[in-house]
Write a protein that binds this ligand. Structure first.
Ligand code: GTP
Ligand code: SPV
Ligand code: MN
Length: 601
């Protein structure tokens, strides 16, 4: 196949990788439907993909991963900056020369008997001034098809690149070469100790080896759009954040744009597609996972969604919780690690529809209520099972979602999953305090990463995604605030996940979260006041719209309670955590800590 480009850097990189990985052939991808359909039929033929029922799920396919390859692997993810001190205490660091040597050893011959695909893609609308061009090399046709949905794969990207344009090289292999005549596995990958998700921030280079799973393998997403982009953003004066973006329009037609950072599997997709319960207020989706933001000519902060699709958590997604996500993945979508029913449709825990049986994510016959030999219920879908769906299928997608200028952000929301301590909502006193709230966000573990097991600090929901030193990252947030001045977004902190002493959710969540967003917008408009508490500004009685909601006065009090005793305990953890950041921790963060300590004592 002749290369559809004359870009020198690209051609020589492809030659170099080909010589190292030794694939059987090289295919340049064009992002067309023909290409997608061809790869899918090849994967159906090889047993890797299952074609779903054309009447129930038109254009859809299901995949089951290897049981070891179901989520991101944070302890195999590396920031290989030249200096260890530039990676900071929250990242794994290896010397880039040493890491390249080790990985080159693995890459040598790793694509034997496989096809090497070259995927030119754009993060952000092609030719938008905020967009970035990447080229991913991979030996996984599953990755190619997912990249088609999640990014903009097209020959137009190569045209734009021209002969001398710059791109971010993203090298990926599942790390499973085939011997002549060897039958391929249904999900080739390498054992955990051979997996590497590596970033070379000074070179804008990504090398990933051994995993076929989403965040480890779709390199435009976490690797490029967050880790590499965050380090570019810090150098260049913009922001790359793990945030959803939504438009909330009030009954008078005023549009508010909200960007919210919650850790993995803590509610971004759900909030981004929320069906508002407050009459007259409407949510439209712009993005569900990543926001790239730059100050605009008017001094406000403008955000774009660099992705073109959603890679959403399946379990818990139902007509009641997130009907818009279900509609989005009703056709032309890819499902990974869900139940394939006897009718060749999909099913997962919390889908809220009946399932008579099928095949579980481990390719075993399965029925609801199935128990293992120890009497434990066997889950049909993996807790981190996912759907991949094109954004344009979302019924509430905002008409401006591809605007190359982006949308002006009015409100930042931070939060995590906390069964205790954190109230439903509070507002920061000012932007510095907002940065402190973001910086000290903590969350309980979820299934999105294999190795997070305890309540952990997850500043700005970015712990696994900051491509450089966390102290410099906090400083960058403060600097952005200084630059934006009184045009900086207002900062809020939410917790949808507080429980009572019996373990019951205190807040109904989902659509009812619109009530909280409405209060935030009314704060921005100056329509409602707030009560000053030691931790921040909270809604006054009656200001947060609870009309029509069945919540007892007692539950409401519990949900909004600020227990000074619990906060004092948390403060000790905060101090220890901040101390670990070392001398790069900005003074202004410590000032916020001291001020909070005074208010709590
Ligand atoms: P990533 O794609 O991993 O970055 O996750 P995300 O932040 O987009 O998470 P998502 O919206 O998919 O939510 C993950 C889980 O949280 C799902 O099981 C949801 O059902 C659940 N969830 C989302 N919003 C709420 C809420 O308001 N209340 C409760 N109780 N659960 C929620
Ligand atoms: C997350 O884990 O935050 C995700 C899924 O959004 S993944 O793309 O796999 O990282
Ligand atoms: Mn995410």
């Amino acid at each position: 196949m002749t290369a559809p480009t004359k870009n020198k850097k690209l051609l020589s990189w492809v030659d170099e990788v080909k010589a190292m990985c030794k694939p059987e052939r090289v295919v340049w991808c064009d992002g067309s439907k023909t290409e997608y359909d061809r790869l899918m039929s090849e994967m159906v033929a090889s047993g890797m993909a299952i074609k779903l029922n054309e009447e129930k799920r038109p254009g859809c396919y299901a995949f089951n991963s290897d049981p070891s390859d179901v989520a991101r692997v944070e302890n195999r993810t590396y920031i290989a900056s030249l200096k260890e001190s530039d990676a900071g205490p929250t990242n794994n660091w290896i010397d880039p020369v040493e890491l390249k040597k080790t990985m080159t050893g693995h890459y040598d011959g790793c694509m034997r008997s496989r096809t090497m695909y070259v995927i030119p893609f754009s993060m952000g609308p092609i030719s938008s001034p905020i967009a970035k061009i990447g080229v991913q090399i991979t030996d996984s046709p599953y990755v190619v098809c997912n990249m088609h949905l999640m990014t903009r794969v097209s020959n137009k990207v190569l045209e734009l690149l021209g002969d001398a344009g710059e791109f971010i090289p993203c090298l990926h292999s599942v790390g499973a070469p085939l011997n002549p005549g060897q039958r391929d596995s249904h999900w080739p990958c390498a054992p955990i100790e051979q997996k590497y998700i590596a970033h070379f921030p000074e070179e804008n280079l990504i090398w990933s080896y051994g995993s076929g799973y989403g965040g480890n393998a779709l390199l435009g997403k976490k690797c490029l759009a967050l880790r590499i982009a965050s380090s570019m953003a810090c150098r260049e004066g913009w922001m790359a954040e793990h945030m959803l973006i939504l438009r909330f329009t009030n009954p008078q037609g005023r549009k508010f744009h909200i960007a919210a950072a919650f850790p993995s599997a803590c509610g971004k997709t759900n909030l981004a597609m929320l069906q508002s319960n407050v009459p007259g207020w409407k949510v439209e989706t712009i993005g569900d996972d990543i926001a790239w933001m730059k100050p605009g000519p008017d001094g406000r902060l403008y955000a774009i969604n660099p992705e073109a699709g959603f890679f959403g958590v399946a379990p818990g997604t139902s007509v009641k919780t997130n009907p818009m996500a279900l509609a989005t993945c009703s056709k032309n979508s890819i499902f990974t690690n869900v139940v394939v029913t006897d009718e060749l449709d999909v099913w997962w825990e919390g889908m809220d529809v009946e399932c008579t049986g099928g095949t579980d994510w481990k390719n075993k016959p399965w029925k609801p209520g199935l128990k293992d030999p120890n009497g434990h219920e066997v889950k049909g879908a993996h807790p981190n099972s996912r759907f991949t769906a094109p954004a344009h299928q979302c019924p509430v997608l905002c008409e401006d979602w591809e605007s190359s200028a982006g949308v002006p952000i009015d409100i930042f929301v931070f939060g995590g999953r906390r069964s205790t301590t954190m109230p439903l909502v509070h507002e920061a006193f000012n932007f510095d305090h907002g940065v402190f709230l973001g910086a000290t966000t903590a969350s309980e573990p979820t299934a999105a990463a294999l190795d997070a097991q305890h309540l952990r600090f997850d500043p700005f929901a970015m712990t696994p995604f900051i491509g450089y030193h966390v102290g410099d990252y906090f400083a960058h947030w403060l600097k952005m605030g200084d630059k934006l001045g009184n045009k900086a977004p207002r900062c809020f902190y939410v917790n949808w996940f507080r429980k009572d002493s019996k373990g019951k959710w205190l807040w109904p969540g989902y659509g009812d979260n619109s009530r909280v967003l409405k209060w935030m917008c009314e704060r921005v408009e100056g329509k409602v006041g707030a009560e000053e508490t030691p931790i921040g500004l909270m809604p006054k009685d009656g200001d947060l719209d609870l009309s029509g909601l069945k919540i007892t006065a007692e539950d409401w009090r519990e949900l909004m309670k600020v227990d000074k005793h619990l906060f004092r305990e948390t403060l000790n953890d905060v101090r220890e955590y901040l101390a670990k950041i070392g001398h790069k921790l900005p003074h202004r963060i410590m000032e916020q800590y001291e001020a909070l300590k005074k208010r709590i004592d």
